[in-house]
Each structure stands twice: as C-alpha cells, then as structure tokens.
Design a binder for this molecule. Structure first.
Ligand SMILES: NC(=O)c1ccc[n+]([C@@H]2O[C@H](COP(=O)([O-])OP(=O)(O)OC[C@H]3O[C@@H](n4cnc5c(N)ncnc54)[C@H](OP(=O)(O)O)[C@@H]3O)[C@@H](O)[C@H]2O)c1
Length: 393
C-alpha cells in the first residue's frame, strides 16, 4: 500500500518512465550537437546533460558548460578542456559513456572519432543514438553485431534512416524495398564538365540542409548518399539489391519503404534535423516541441522525383560498390573520403579529384576478411597514408 501523501500510482509510473534521461552528447559544438541541445533546452524535464564532448571550439563549449552544467566534459586538447571545465571533470569519451548515470549517448561527432565510445557504450547495453554515420560505414558489421550481442538499442538519427525506421513501426513483415531520397546537392543542374572548377565555398552551399562541412561536401558529391545506402543496409539488415535511391530536390520526403503488397510509406517533414534527433532520444514517444518546425503542404505545391545519374555522381557508385564488397573496403572508403574532403577544403585537390582519389585508394586495397576494431583502425591509417601518396604522386 502507498503512504498517504505519496503521489498516485499513475504519477509514480509517469516518473519511472519519464525520469529525466542522463545524456552524454559527443560532438556538442557541431551542427547536430547544437540542434540536440535545442531539443534538450526546450524539454528540461525530460533530459539531464551528464557529459559534453567537443573538438576545438572551446568558446562554444564553455557557454554550453555554463548553461547545461554537465558533470563531465571532454575536448581534443584535455588541458584546454581543464581550463574551461569549472566544476566539471575532464573525462575521455570512452570512459564518459560508461558512467552509471548515463542512460543515452548521442554520437554527433564526425569521422572516425566516435567509433571507440560507440562500441564501449554498446558493450554496456546502453542506448546509443548514432548520427556519426562514418562509424556505421567503417564498422557496420562490428557495431551492429556488438549491439545485438549486448542487447543495446542502436537508434538511427540521420534523417533518411530515421525516416525508414519511422515507416517500419508496426509492420510485422520484412520490407520489400527501401527508397532513399537525395536532394542531388548544389550541382545537380550544372553541366558535369563544369564541376571540375567548383570551389570549396560553392560546394559548401547546400540547397536545402545546413550541416557541418564534411557532410556538406559529401552531399555535394553524393558520397553521402552512398554512405546512407551502406548505413541502411546495416541498420535494417536489408540487402543492397533492395535499396534504391531517387533524386528528390525538395528534401521533404526523407525516405520511403515499400512492402510486399506494393504499399509505400513515406516519412515527411521540413528539412530540419531536430525531429529525427528527438525521435531517437525519446523513442518510442512522440512529444510536442516548439523548436521543431511543422510541415505545411501548401508551402510545397510540387514534390518531384527523378532517377539518379550515376555518371554525374561517381562517388555514389564507388561507395555502394565498397559497401557490397564488404570486409575492410567500407573502412577504406570512409577514411579515404575523410582525407580527400579535408584536402579539397584546404585547396590541395579539385572537386572531381575526391572521387578519383578515393577510387584509386580502394583499388590499391587488399581486403582483410576478419574485421576487428584493431583491423579497422589499421586499415583506416593505411587508407589515409595512401591518399597522401596518391595526391603527392
Ligand atoms: N549536420 C547534419 O545535418 C547531419 C545530418 C545527418 C547526419 N549527420 C552526421 O552527423 C555527424 C556530425 O555531423 P555535423 O554536421 O554535426 O558535423 P560538425 O558540425 O562538423 O560537428 C562535428 C562535431 O564533432 C566534434 N569533434 C570533432 N573532432 C573531435 C574529437 N577529436 N573529439 C571530440 N569531438 C570532436 C566537433 O567539435 P569542434 O567543432 O569543437 O571541433 C563537433 O562538435 C557526421 O557524421 C554527419 O555525417 C549530420
């Protein structure tokens, strides 16, 4: 029996289910990181920020520490992190995710840096929202097998996998096809010959999404769409032959799923990441949040679709081929692309060189069948060196 002044059972149940989730946010100063904090700020009763980790933007991290008062922080330079920590403790990301008061880890770093903490969190059965797609590209088999082994929820955040995840809710049977949408990037209307002279500033102007630099360049080459095919293959266990991509310039339908009877479900919304971020953070609940923009169909009188032109986007075909070949090819793909994008942004190679450099490094690769964490990291280092050698040559 409950004591007299005890809240009614329904409130206790409510508290048990809605106890503020202890959040670790890796990559808090980035595009996804700051949007995650928008979601948290608007729903203060649902989340507690336990840890924040960033790279080099220390001024922004300092502001976030003052506002959200995490008890743990991290930055690429730990002594610089200590100087702004205040009452927080500086804790490496691998350790931060293991703390008992951490319920949910949002992996919003970019590149390979999120892999170690993701695996650590999954090994403890913790809920991991994975936005850092390179982690799934380089180690899809290892990451999903670890999640299965430790019954750890691995929740999609990227808008296309999130759309697929939302479409399959309540469906008992396997899907017959995934249809991933792509905006086509800023150069979809340009003559292919003219893309050779594209500058980093031009490639960084995405027509519909505002994102970090690496993913914006990947979106302009459509490497990003190839990554999403690989990501969806691993996250939903769907064979590559059953994953299609279509160009949809309005970026309103985030992806579609076809079922055995031909019925197709689509998930729609304005191009804004705060909805998929919150969906992963509060799954399976849907909660009103003033920071998430609403969809107005009248603002989009026309939704159009066209086939993907493989000649225009060689990075897409290269990525999907690496995904299909499996073994260590996707790890090489991810590392070579990260390095090539870095060189492009630094003005060392041209826009079209990204595709040729990545393809050359993949051609040089001798795959390794047994893919462990050590093997992935070794291959990643190898691929980065190969990019330097290809470009130097
Ligand atoms: N942005 C989007 O709309 C979007 C959509 C779908 C998927 N994604 C995926 O989400 C991931 C993040 O993308 P983003 O656009 O948010 O990238 P971003 O703006 O470049 O942010 C990356 C974050 O990672 C941090 N970081 C970098 N190196 C680090 C290190 N060594 N240790 C700790 N933190 C480090 C950065 O810190 P500093 O800035 O302080 O250096 C920053 O907070 C990517 O994998 C991307 O593909 C993004």
């Amino acid at each position: 029996m409950l004591p007299e002044n005890h809240p009614p059972a329904t409130d206790i149940e409510h508290f048990a289910t809605h106890r503020p989730k202890g959040i670790v946010l890796l990559g808090s100063t980035g595009s996804i990181g700051t949007q995650t904090l928008d979601v948290i700020r608007a729903l203060p009763n649902r989340f507690r920020v336990v840890g924040l980790a960033a790279g080099t933007r220390l001024d922004l991290l300092r502001e976030q520490i003052a506002e959200f008062k995490p008890r743990m922080i991290w930055a690429s330079d730990p002594s610089a992190a200590a100087a702004i920590a205040g009452e927080a403790t500086v804790v490496p990301m691998d350790q931060m995710v293991q703390e008992p008061d951490v319920d949910h880890i949002m992996v919003a770093t970019t590149g390979r840096v999120g892999l170690g903490p993701t695996l650590q969190a999954l090994r403890l059965g913790k809920e991991v929202a994975i936005c850092n797609k390179e982690v799934v590209i380089m180690a899809g088999d290892l990451v999903t097998a670890t999640a299965r082994k430790y019954s750890a929820p691995l929740l999609p955040v990227d808008s296309e996998p999130s759309a697929i995840w939302q479409c399959i809710q309540g469906e008992a049977q396997p899907v017959s096809k995934l249809i991933i949408t792509a905006s086509g990037g800023p150069f979809r209307e340009r003559l292919i010959e003219d893309t050779a002279v594209v500058s980093p500033a031009q490639a960084l102007k995405h027509p519909t999404w505002v994102m970090g630099q690496k993913i914006t360049i990947d979106s302009s080459t459509l490497m990003n769409k190839g990554f999403e095919v690989i990501e969806s293959h691993w996250l939903f266990g769907v064979p590559y032959d059953q994953i299609d991509v279509v160009i949809h310039p309005q970026s309103v339908i985030h992806s579609m799923v076809e079922f055995a009877d031909g019925s197709v479900k689509a998930q729609m919304g304005p191009p804004d990441m705060r909805l998929p971020i919150q969906y992963a953070m509060l799954y399976p609940e849907r909660v009103a949040n003033p920071v998430i923009p609403r969809f107005d169909p009248i603002a989009y009188p026309e939704l159009t679709f066209r086939p993907l032109d493989l000649q225009r986007y060689p990075c897409f075909a290269t990525a999907v081929e690496a995904g299909r070949k499996g073994q260590t090819y996707p790890a090489v793909l991810s590392a070579a692309d990260e390095e090539a994008v870095h060189l492009f942004l630094g003005g060392r190679i041209g826009f079209n060189d990204i595709a040729s450099v990545v393809a050359k490094v993949l051609d040089r690769h001798e795959p390794i069948a047994e893919v462990t964490l050590e093997v992935i990291l070794e291959v990643d280092d190898w691929a980065r060196k190969q990019v330097q050698s290809v470009v130097g040559a």
